[in-house]
Design a protein around this ligand. Structure first.
Ligand SMILES: [Zn+2]
Length: 80
């Protein structure tokens, strides 16, 4: 089973893939409407708001947690 290179989510079903395209290595949440992978900054924003929402952290703290998480993922490990 593949996991998303951008967020680490397991890609179990067709609907987990952008445009249900199973040749992709990233999930529907990390893709734009046209099926391409979002940019680092878009993902960082998305992940930061997710952490604020789920863990109630301050923006600055949430962003550093998000950066740390992203630095461990294959799509972003060489970015920044
Ligand atoms: Zn993803």
């Amino acid at each position: 089973m593949k996991t998303c290179i951008s967020c680490g989510m397991p890609l179990r079903e067709k609907k987990d893939y952008p445009l249900e395209d199973e040749s992709k290595d990233y999930c529907v949440h990390c893709a734009n409407a046209d099926g391409t992978l979002q940019t680092y900054d878009e993902r960082l924003d998305g992940m930061t708001s997710f952490i604020i929402k789920t863990q109630g952290l301050d923006h600055e703290v949430a962003q550093s947690v998000a950066k740390d998480m992203m630095s461990k993922l294959p799509a972003w490990k060489d970015v920044h």
